[in-house]
Design a protein around this ligand. Structure first.
Ligand code: NAD
Ligand code: APR
Length: 241
């Protein structure tokens, strides 16, 4: 990547499970990841929820409970510092359903796959905080139906949230940074190609090369807890390269 003497005016950041890995949150496709232990067709599709709601609720209840055991790591904190201290625009889009960006201090996080700590009613759309376990016996606080409260998580086959806002922000960006994602799930996996079509500089920060690494102007491989703070320091110092 060409070295720059001034920080970019607008940075679009996409994060995936890898940014939370060092906090102790399991990723999906690493060795021993979630999808090597449970079939996504059994727990992360609308059909699964209709077929066996107990199993789906148990899968997300366990992940929700485990959030109490984890904390933000230096990568999350570095992005909060960037959001707070950077003179330009920072758009933070995450595929993650945990709340670690918020707990690190980020104030505007776009959760394109939803949030584990929110429940919504599949019948009427009512949303409420989901601090504890959800069960098929839950009653919707708005429509009164039983068994319709589900995790507010976007499943395979469902449309991601906030796509219009995300693509508008991507179109305005000067730099696209992908952090801790395998680039296996669309539409997030397509953002780098969209950025390149728009002539935007692209940077990948990931533990190891991904199938999409070749598309990036620069790819840095290593731990997010090391790469992300270093990247933020470069940007806040007014130069990165
Ligand atoms: P996709 O085709 O975009 O996902 C591609 C990747 O997901 C595959 O490479 C594979 O790794 C995995 N995958 C998808 N379906 C699979 C299957 N039947 N068996 C094994 N692996 C499978 O997935 P999609 O159905 O088009 O998803 C569309 C949207 O669903 C995504 O854009 C995303 O917003 C959402 N989503 C959410 C979750 C979640 O748990 N939050 C999981 C996946 C997808
Ligand atoms: N530092 C940086 N990167 C890491 C680290 C780390 N400490 N640990 C793992 N990674 C990288 C892995 O190399 C991998 O490329 O993070 C990536 C995690 O990829 P996935 O497990 O596929 O997670 P993600 O890309 O977020 O999955 C996308 O798929 O199942 C759906 O909706 C779900 O949001 C998820 C989407």
């Amino acid at each position: 990547m060409s070295s720059r003497t001034s920080a970019p005016a607008s940075i679009f950041i996409l994060t995936g499970a890898g940014i939370s890995a060092e906090s102790g949150v399991e990723t999906f496709r690493d060795k021993g990841g979630i999808w090597s232990k449970v079939r996504l067709e059994d727990v992360a599709t609308p059909e699964a929820f209709m077929r066996d709601p107990e199993k789906v609720q148990a899968f997300y209840n366990a992940r929700r409970a485990s959030l109490k055991e984890v904390a933000p790591n230096p990568a999350h904190r570095a992005l909060a510092k960037l959001e707070a201290d950077y003179a330009g625009t920072v758009t933070l889009v995450t595929q993650n359903i945990d709340d670690l960006h918020e707990r690190a201090g980020c104030r505007d996080v776009i959760h394109m796959h939803g949030e584990l700590l929110i429940a919504f009613c599949a019948a009427c759309g009512a949303r409420e905080p989901a601090r504890e376990a959800l069960s098929p016996q839950d009653v919707c606080p708005r429509c009164g139906k039983v068994g319709t409260m589900r995790p507010d998580v976007v499943w395979f086959g469902e449309m991601p949230y906030h796509l219009d806002r995300i693509l508008a922000a991507l179109g305005e960006a000067d730099l696209f940074v992908s952090i801790g994602t395998s680039g296996a799930v669309y539409p997030a996996a397509g953002f780098v190609a969209e950025a390149k079509r728009a002539g935007i500089e692209t940077l990948e920060l990931n533990l190891e090369p991904t199938e999409g690494s070749f598309q990036f102007d620069e790819a840095r491989h290593g731990l997010a807890s090391v790469l992300v703070p270093a990247f933020v320091e470069e940007v806040l110092a007014g130069c990165w390269g």
